[in-house]
Write a protein that binds this ligand. Structure first.
Ligand SMILES: Nc1ncnc2c1ncn2[C@@H]1O[C@H](COP(=O)(O)OP(=O)(O)OP(=O)(O)O)[C@@H](O)[C@H]1O
Ligand SMILES: [Mg+2]
Length: 374
């Protein structure tokens, strides 16, 4: 069986990656000119994929050593230090002599070597007992980075997490280390726009104006269409161009949803036409019903009614307008306004192209389907 060209997790190679030429070039331009950069977009548009694509290309051309760390699951400086330290040290542990050096020079962070059970590659973790030790360990890791001859590009994905740490000095601490580590450039990334702009655009915060802000939009629809047609063609599977148009319409060209729908359709190994696309959408939303029931449990009744109204309305520019409120019988504008804020905070909705829309597009279609709008 042919392997599926539509990835729904991770990054393999440029063959599986659509477009992003301008964005890739902008990041390379920043790297060449020693600028740190902050990449942000709504969920699942392709930030992590873009960073991995830049890293793949940069590594291939020997331009820099990439270090990727995802701090979504961290909630303190101690955990940040452990995650960050593991990413840096694992990258540096590329051969036996490098590992020996780490064990010798970084004994204070208690490095622990283990072999990845799948790849067989060594991984170096470090244990941090408390906050005081975290500061010392972070200092040690940055000092070790400075001692290296190479140029490093370090991506810290889901960087907004630092804003919620109890240690309020984290940003100042990191900024100081980063400024001193001149052989390193940073790519920060995340989806919580207002938290990230808070970190990078508030005058009295340590990272103020320290990076180039780069908002990632959707992939160009024509390029995506071409990509999809080519991938099917290369596998000698047939797909109608009008079915591709429908895929892009249903998914609103939102990367993850395009990939997911294409992945499932490709997996059928049959000719794809518009009827098949519609049937697949129905299959997917039916499969996910348990997830949607869980979503609904996380919402207050008003939040749910607003969410459903936004879905039935096909998105909304101004959710507190009297038109929208009266059409969907939502009550007082002040309560709607609070509920919308909460839906944004919980990442159920986001402002995309000047419209509030649901982050989970399949949930959007399920609400419309249940509401009789499909
Ligand atoms: N340019 C691309 N071409 C093809 N697939 C892509 C592209 N960019 C991302 N993807 C795929 O789309 C999915 C979502 O992308 P990714 O995880 O990069 O989004 P994200 O913006 O980092 O999401 P999140 O906010 O949840 O972290 C992934 O499965 C990824 O493999
Ligand atoms: Mg991501």
């Amino acid at each position: 069986m042919k392997s599926n060209p539509f990835l729904i997790t991770g990054y393999i190679s440029p063959n599986y990656f659509c477009d992003r030429e301008k964005e890739t070039e902008s990041i390379f331009d920043a790297i060449r000119n020693n600028r740190d950069i902050t990449v942000f977009s709504p969920r699942r548009i392709g930030k992590t994929g873009l960073i991995k694509h830049v890293f793949h290309t940069g590594k291939h051309k020997n331009l820099f050593i990439p270090v990727y760390t995802d701090i979504l699951a961290t909630s303190s400086l101690k955990e940040f230090t452990e995650y960050f330290g593991r990413s840096v040290l694992t990258t540096l542990a590329k051969n036996e002599s490098a590992i020996k050096k780490i064990l010798r020079n970084l004994a204070s962070v208690r490095p622990k070597i283990s072999l990845d059970p799948i790849t067989g590659e060594p991984s170096v973790s470090m244990t941090v007992s408390n906050e005081r030790e975290a500061e010392d360990s972070l200092d040690t890791v940055f000092r070790y980075l400075r001692e290296q001859k190479n140029h490093f590009i370090i991506a810290i994905d889901e960087f907004q997490a630092v804003a919620a740490y109890p240690e309020k000095n984290t940003e100042a601490l990191l900024r100081t280390h980063i400024q001193q580590t001149t052989n390193t450039n940073l790519i920060f990334s995340g989806s919580r726009k207002h938290i990230l702009t808070g970190i990078f655009s508030t005058p009295d915060r340590p990272f103020f104006n320290s990076t180039q802000l780069m908002e990632i939009g959707k992939i160009d629809a024509d390029n995506y269409k071409q990509f999809i047609l080519e991938r099917f063609e290369m596998s000698e599977l047939k797909i109608n161009p009008s079915a591709v148009d429908l895929i892009l319409e249903i998914t609103d060209v939102h990367t993850f949803y395009v990939q997911y729908l294409c992945n499932r359709l490709f997996g059928e190994h049959e000719k794809v036409d518009s009827a098949k696309v519609n049937r697949m959408l129905l299959t997917i939303i039916t499969e996910n019903e348990a997830v949607y029931a869980n979503y609904i449990n996380l919402l207050t009744p008003l939040q749910f009614r607003i969410l459903r109204a936004i879905a039935l309305n096909g998105g909304v520019q101004n959710p507190t307008s009297s038109d929208f409120i009266s059409t969907y019988d939502l009550g007082a504008a002040s309560s709607v306004s609070l509920a919308v804020k909460s839906l944004i905070d919980k990442e159920f909705i986001a402002l995309i192209d000047k419209k509030y829309t649901l982050n989970d597009l399949f949930f959007y279609w399920w609400l419309r389907y249940k509401g009789g709008s499909v």
